[in-house]
Design a protein around this ligand. Structure first.
Ligand code: SAH
Length: 695
């Protein structure tokens, strides 16, 4: 076989030439005959010695000419100091080999040690990072940018233009100038300092193979950033479990469930703590430990809460490791930001209610102090705040300043999906006091927006008696499934288990305009619930309605209308669709009249059909939504009677609990509910109850 003959490009300094010889020597040592024809070129960085590297120079300042030579095929490979390479490499080029690390430290050369230099002394460095490092050792010196070959930099020192210089130790060693070193600096030098890189054209596989034996990356391990999920150990992915099983080493945080570590039976497990105010290990130290394990050939799992790349600095870890050419794979996880609300039945997006969601950090930086800077509130329907528990006051203030109504529901979930989960809910007006009382521990998630209403079962917001089995046994308890328990207090012991929840419909500006104009044109407004009144009036704001007939179902709806300064011209005493239609047809002439019917997302085709049949023109608008709250534990022993307020309360109850216990007395409000129960095999008594609101 013929001896490969290679045109090897390099920069032209003495150091660069020595580096080429070093690579050639590697072949010799391995007993491989390769002839190098060195081609020395000057890069932009060699020619331009005045631009300091602290200025924003291009990342290929020292490689561009050689990159071009590779592309033009005037050379076959190029040899560089690995730290000078741009990341990523220019298209079409690849690293064929990264050599062993000879020495990755920085050296100081001066008359005395850096710390002993008097105030105002000049220390020459070639990079911004080194300038900052110098200040950590001696904040009183002045740093100056110097450029040029090592020999040129030493000359600046020798001529007294500087009182000290910082250079790579490995360069001095290669040049045989080791004896000049005053001291080795304790800081971490630039990644890859001390390593050489052989660059070639991607498609030259045979050349890549030729250099492969010198490529240290072949012995590297790999880092897997694995999302552990929000807390419940069953919420990790299968891929995550497989990563744990094959890991040699696992780095885990303070809330990691022990069950997850059991998957990694073979692995060394390193606890890295991390809790606000009690960091066990600084981030830099942690990254370095992970790096060293990977460089030593281990498969390292960095197990991170939730998803590895949602807050929590996953991106920093990736950048750090990639700078050392360590292979990093990300295995996604269920982020607490979506996972915890989902488990609780809080949809971050919901048709008609929320079409956008933002994740916002309560802290600018994780370890930031308790400074009370306002938080920028994005214009979205739902916001999930992470790392926000200690900033709850700032979050609430910022939301209110951003014009979020004080009545907006908000929930704080501490240690979600874990056995010690605690939940406190309320509105922007109440939440701070409630959370203080609750004594919640971090980590905690804060969810704010109308969708929180889906979680109507907040223990602080409802009667607890039948729930979670805490109490029970009182005779005469009525399970009430509607949204207005106050109304029934007089009947006795009411256990509130809402089977529907209410949220305003999300109307676009266009839809709002149409509703307002339709209301202005209508002859009659028709309301079948207080929520319809509330959300209709909130949309109308100050828009003039003019003189209109207003029909309402029941006293509660009447009272709601009066709160908005509207007086109904007809109030049906029988609180049902049938009762309303009957009252209208008996008392009013509606033929040819325009009726506006603002209603819930559950249609009431009966009312619509009857009114149209009587000759009216009916315009319906959805102004609020009926939604199903998440299931709660229910102690059936403590209930004697159940009152269903609509077909959907029955439907949702059956969905959650399968059936209505045989020994319960069933009451239904209105014939539609009665009929629905009948269709599902239950006999109910029609419940008629005259409620007299106060005032
Ligand atoms: N990468 C993580 C988030 C890291 S930031 C993820 O995707 O979930 C840490 C923040 O996450 C905490 O301050 C808290 O707001 C939230 N968090 C994580 N786990 C949580 C849990 N079990 N309960 C409540 N909040 C949690």
């Amino acid at each position: 076989m013929s001896i490969p003959f290679l045109k090897v490009g390099s920069r032209s300094s003495r150091l660069a030439r020595i580096q080429v010889d070093e690579i050639q020597a590697l072949f010799k040592k391995n007993g491989v005959d390769v002839a190098f024809e060195p081609i020395f070129v000057e890069t932009q960085g060699d020619k331009d010695k005045s631009t300091p590297l602290t200025a924003n120079v291009a990342d290929d300042f020292f490689t561009n000419t050689l990159d071009q030579a590779l592309r033009d095929k005037t050379i076959d490979v190029a040899i560089h100091s690995a730290k000078d390479l741009p990341q990523p490499l220019r298209p079409g080029l690849a690293i064929f080999a990264l050599t062993k690390n000879m020495d990755d430290t920085d050296a100081f050369i001066g008359r005395v040690q850096l710390a002993q230099l008097p105030k105002g002394s000049k220390v020459g460095t070639s990079s911004l990072v080194r300038q900052q490092s110098v200040k950590t050792i001696n904040p009183h010196v002045q740093t100056v940018s110097i450029r040029g070959t090592i020999e040129e930099r030493l000359k600046l020192l020798d001529e007294g233009k500087c009182d000290g210089i910082i250079v790579a130790t490995v360069a001095l060693k290669r040049l045989g100038l080791e004896q000049r070193i005053t001291e080795i600096m304790p800081w971490d030098a630039t990644p890859l300092q001390g390593q050489l890189a052989v660059i070639g054209r991607e498609e030259d596989t045979h050349l890549r193979n030729l250099f492969a034996p010198f490529d240290v990356r072949r012995a590297y391990g790999k880092v897997l950033l694995v999302g552990a999920g929000p807390g419940d150990p069953d919420l990790i992915t299968i891929k995550g479990v497989n990563a744990l099983k094959k890991a040699n080493c696992v780095f885990y945080d303070y809330l990691t469930d022990p069950k997850l570590l059991e998957y990694a039976a073979q692995a060394e497990k390193v606890y890295v703590g991390k809790r606000k105010g009690a960091h066990t290990l600084p981030q830099g130290e942690l990254s370095k430990m992970i790096k060293n394990k990977a460089l030593a050939g281990q498969t390292v799992v960095r197990l991170k809460g939730g998803d590895p790349l949602i807050f929590g600095r996953g991106a920093d870890e990736i950048n750090y490791l990639r700078a050392y050419h360590i292979d990093v794979e990300v295995i996604p996880g269920v982020t607490s930001a979506t996972g915890i609300p989902s488990v609780l039945g809080i949809p971050l997006t919901a048709r008609d209610i929320s079409s956008s969601v933002a994740f916002v950090s309560g802290h600018d930086k994780e370890e930031e102090t308790n400074e009370k800077k306002p938080i920028a509130i994005p214009a979205v329907d739902t916001i999930v705040f992470l790392m926000g528990l200690t900033k709850l006051d700032v979050i609430v203030d910022s939301l209110i300043k951003a014009k979020w109504p004080k009545t907006t529901p908000i929930v704080v979930i501490s240690r979600g999906t874990r056995p010690d989960e605690k939940i406190v809910g309320g509105t922007l007006a109440t939440i701070e006091t409630d959370v203080q009382k609750g004594g919640l521990l971090p980590p905690a998630l804060i969810v704010v927006g109308e969708v929180v209403r889906f979680y109507t079962t907040l223990p602080t917001l409802c009667a607890l008696s039948a729930l979670g089995g805490q109490q029970g046994g009182d005779k005469g308890s009525i399970l009430y499934t509607g949204t207005h328990p106050e109304k029934y207090q007089a009947l006795g012991r009411i256990i509130h288990l809402p089977m529907i929840a209410i949220a305003p419909a999300k109307l676009s500006e266009e839809e709002k305009k149409r509703l307002i104009s339709s209301a202005q044109k209508a002859d009659i407004l028709l309301f079948t619930s207080r929520f319809a009144v509330q959300y209709f009036c909130e949309t109308m704001k100050a828009s003039a309605l003019g003189h209109k007939e207003i029909f309402a179902i029941g006293q509660e709806t009447r009272q709601a209308l009066e709160r908005y300064g509207l007086k109904p011209t007809l109030v049906a005493e029988t609180e049902s669709g049938e009762g309303l239609v009957e009252a209208i047809l008996n008392q009013k002439k509606i033929k040819g009249k325009k009726i506006l019917f603002p209603r819930s997302s559950l249609p009431n085709p009966y009312i619509r059909r009857k009114l149209i049949k009587a000759g009216a023109d009916v315009d319906e608008y959805v102004v609020y939504c009926n939604i199903k709250p998440p299931k709660r534990e229910l102690n059936i022993q403590s209930v004697d009677e159940v009152l269903f307020t609509s077909p959907s309360t029955v439907k949702n109850f059956l969905e959650d609990y399968g059936q209505i216990p045989k020994d319960w007395k069933i009451l239904s409000k209105g014939p539609l509910t009665n009929k629905y129960l009948q269709e599902h095999g239950y006999k109910s008594e029609l419940f008629v109850y005259e409620w007299k609101p106060h005032g």
